[in-house]
Design a protein around this ligand. Structure first.
Ligand code: EPU
Length: 336
């Protein structure tokens, strides 16, 4: 059943732990319900949220917040080597990953322990340890805000890129995601080349789905704050991509700077490293700071407001610009 609330607290819906309200909050659990709700069109400000793990509220939201509680994980096609798994947008991301690992389906295990829900993970193209969700997405089923029409975006229509998709660009604010279908492998295939993942998996007894999941969970646990204990939105900034020549000049001046080749002309630099070099891990700050084990994560140390976090983030951006001449862009979606 569709549920509607007015002046609704968003505190349980953002992992930063910021107090904010939505003028209206709509929670739906089926395609029919949301299509009917939007059938006459919807004007006014709207925001679709998942688990709220990538949002920063800097003011109360004056419009309508939509949340999908569409559940279900279903095998819709199968060959000798692959399965197609259709998943409701409201399914918790890590519950999906755990389910695929239990069933012996390969593909999502490196994306273990990422907070959030299935719908938002497609918008954001979540990625970790050498895998991006978009690589495994076959299609995304969506409902249009304007009229409640059913639409299907095939993989190529989604324009997946690093932390990016069509849903953050041309299609921004135009759709509500209902289902995401993934293509997973029934035959073993592991991606263990990122950082110390292989080493960790070997320590746990060697390559298996369960060991990869456990290794990723342990690495994340050591480096990233658990949203249930410390307010944060995971990586606050994206890793900046710069030209090969500029990266080479930086490397000459700072030989230990971690860099990763993106393509022929571009190189990705670790924002966490840049922020750490600017001294932010050691800068005392009463209510906002960077996480002690990963400077890319901005944490709410207690009673920070959204504005406190944003001001802090701007100071971080300015310092990195001044020291390295590199502009950091926020990964977090600032609302208000
Ligand atoms: N580093 C530092 N200091 C720091 C943080 C990082 O020196 O404070 C260095 C590390 O030593 C390493 C390099 O920077 O050499 C990269 O660090 P890490 O492996 O932790 O990854 P990241 O690039 O900082 C990205 C994602 C994470 C994802 C990890 C692992 C982005 C914006 N972030 O972080 O995603 O878990 O890779 O794949 O791309 C998230 O999006 O919320 C998130 C946590």
């Amino acid at each position: 059943m569709i549920k509607q609330y007015n002046e609704y607290s968003l505190l349980p819906h953002n992992t930063f732990g910021i107090e904010a309200t939505a003028a209206c909050f709509v929670d739906f659990s089926s395609v029919d319900e949301i299509r009917e709700f939007l059938a006459d069109g919807f004007d006014g400000e709207s925001l679709v949220i998942g688990g709220g793990s990538n949002l920063l509220f800097v003011a109360n939201f004056k419009g309508t917040v939509f949340h999908s509680s569409i559940m279900g994980i279903e095998v819709v096609d199968e060959t000798d080597t692959h399965i197609l798994l259709r998943v409701g947008s409201g399914v918790n991301w890590d519950e999906l990953v755990a389910y695929t690992v239990e069933h012996g389906w390969y593909g999502l295990e490196n994306l273990s322990a990422i907070p959030g829900e299935v719908g938002a993970s497609a918008v954001q193209n979540v990625g970790a340890y050498g895998v991006e969700a978009g690589e495994l997405i076959v299609n995304v089923e969506a409902i249009t805000m304007n009229g409640g029409e059913y639409r299907i975006f095939n993989h190529d229509d989604c324009h997946f890129a690093y932390r990016d998709s069509v849903f953050k660009n041309e299609e921004k604010g135009k759709n509500i995601i209902a289902y995401v279908t993934y293509r997973l492998s029934k035959v073993p295939q592991f991606k263990l080349s990122y950082g110390n993942l292989k080493e960790k998996v070997d320590e746990l007894g060697g390559e298996s789905l369960a060991n990869v999941r456990r290794a990723v969970c342990e690495i994340r646990e050591a480096k990233l704050p658990s949203p249930s204990r410390v307010g944060s939105a995971g990586s606050f900034f994206m890793n900046p991509v710069v030209s090969k020549d500029f990266a080479a000049a930086l490397k000459k001046e700072y030989p230990t700077m971690p860099q990763y080749v993106v393509d022929e002309g571009n190189v990705k630099i670790s924002a966490g490293w840049l922020i750490e070099q600017c001294g932010w891990k050691k800068t005392p700050h009463p209510n906002v700071g960077v996480y002690e084990h990963q400077a890319l994560v901005v944490v709410n140390r207690g009673n920070a407001t959204g504005t406190d976090v944003l001001e802090f983030a701007r100071a971080v951006v300015d310092s990195v610009k001044e020291m390295f001449g590199v502009t950091l862009h926020m990964e977090v979606n600032v609302i208000g």
